[in-house]
Design a protein. Sequence first.
Lengths: 165, 365
Amino acid sequence: MLKQTGVPSADDLKRVSPSEERLALGPVAIIECFQKIPCNPCATSCPQGAIKPFVDINDLPDFDPALCNGCAICVANCPGLAIFVVDERYSEDTALIKLPYEFAPLPEVGAMVGVLNRGGQQIALGKIVRVQNPPRFDRTAVVHVEVPKCWAREVRFLALGANKR
Amino acid sequence: MERFNICIIGGGPAGLRAAIAAGSAGAGVLLIDENDRLGGQLIKQTHMFFGSEKQDAGTRGIDIAEQLVNKVQGMTNVKVYLRCAALGLYDDKVLTVLHETKYRKIRAEKFIVATGASERMLAFPGNDLPGVYGAGAVQTLMNVYGIVPGQRVLMIGAGNIGLIVSYQLLQAGVEVVAILEGSPYIGGYLVHASKVRRAGVPILTSHTIMQAIGTNAVQAAEICALDSHWARLPGSEKTLEVDTICLAVGLSPLSDLLWQAQCRLTYIAELGGHVAWRDANLCTSEPHIYIAGDVAGVEEASSAMVEGELAGLAAAKSLGLARVDVDTAMSQAREQLIALRAGPVGEKIRTGLALAQMREDEQHA
């Protein structure tokens, strides 16, 4: 249970997951934010208007996946590092995950790294495809990692130290 | 004796914002801090802040500190004394301080006490061994001085500080063996918990430390699970090999100066301990003393900054020094505080504040 372990349950995830139809269309944000805390940078940073302005600063994000193009600006702006972009149309058998990453050194493009699930267990290897770290992302890099498609909904982090090899 | 309109004690987020608010109203301000530099806890907070854009949400604490300090240093009517510790605050509006090696007296018409909070200790055998740290000390060592406290850390407490410092330890390349939390639930923001969890750090709720083991320094920690009555579960004891035990078990308001100045104080568990009674503008039972930030009740830095602004504006207004828009600015600050505290995570603060707030008929004219 999320409040006991920090790992969201299948039910929690169901509530924030875009529809199968939307996931099949390509890159889309998945906002894994389950607790009402006073925080709204996701909404103020979204250039697509896909995350609606908050009425109450404590609201959960009100997200319209139909308007999201998976740009990942919210991924770098979320203070909770709770947003991921998943592209299940990336290739025949792989998906692309864009995840927030604040560890040095940043992984190198082309490297194969261990990829972890929400519980911190390594479940596969992924290939680093791109690392976005522009000044406007303010030191929260967005790492694009290609993973086997079957793990697209599980992979949420990279093995620390994997990039040191 | 030096004289100022307003003297602010403590240069953290609340004190800095109070100095900016009072200074921009035209008050002659003195801001004192016992440390070598301004910023308080902000100077080690490398994470992005929550809140809304009005409280610099999305900006890292270290960058907020820099912005606020630059602003204060650019104000000619705000003077700053560093390495300056407040000693006593008296009825005749005199504050005595130890400024570097000099004992001084400072007279001001109004004082804003923004002294923050101190870390709580936990009682267990071996807690005096080298290698047992407060989380704040670990954060200072790492993020201010670039020194890691050890290589394998056990964190005690899954509130925001325990979770954030664990994350920062990982960023510094240190292994966090586990985070223990005595209560059955994680107390900090769940997004902080999820980000350390997916980096592989187990969070063990209903667990506590029994003892630190080691001869000259920490070599291990014995932990156990707790039942629903917080009693040890027999047979659940485990020994973890660690060289550092980091305590993040809460903060208590640093209200000593307010006690000494004879402000009316009351113990409110929800606010972290003894806090001063205050009116809606953060003025205490002593009309020349205001409070802001963690000393007024332990909560997030975003609220501390808004409280600082409110106290700074209110103190200036009480001296007739206010800007034309002071009433609007004050009501906006009060609205921001209400909004920040409105959600479920603000419930404890709301309960505590209801007990600490003077009724309308008790407020200063």
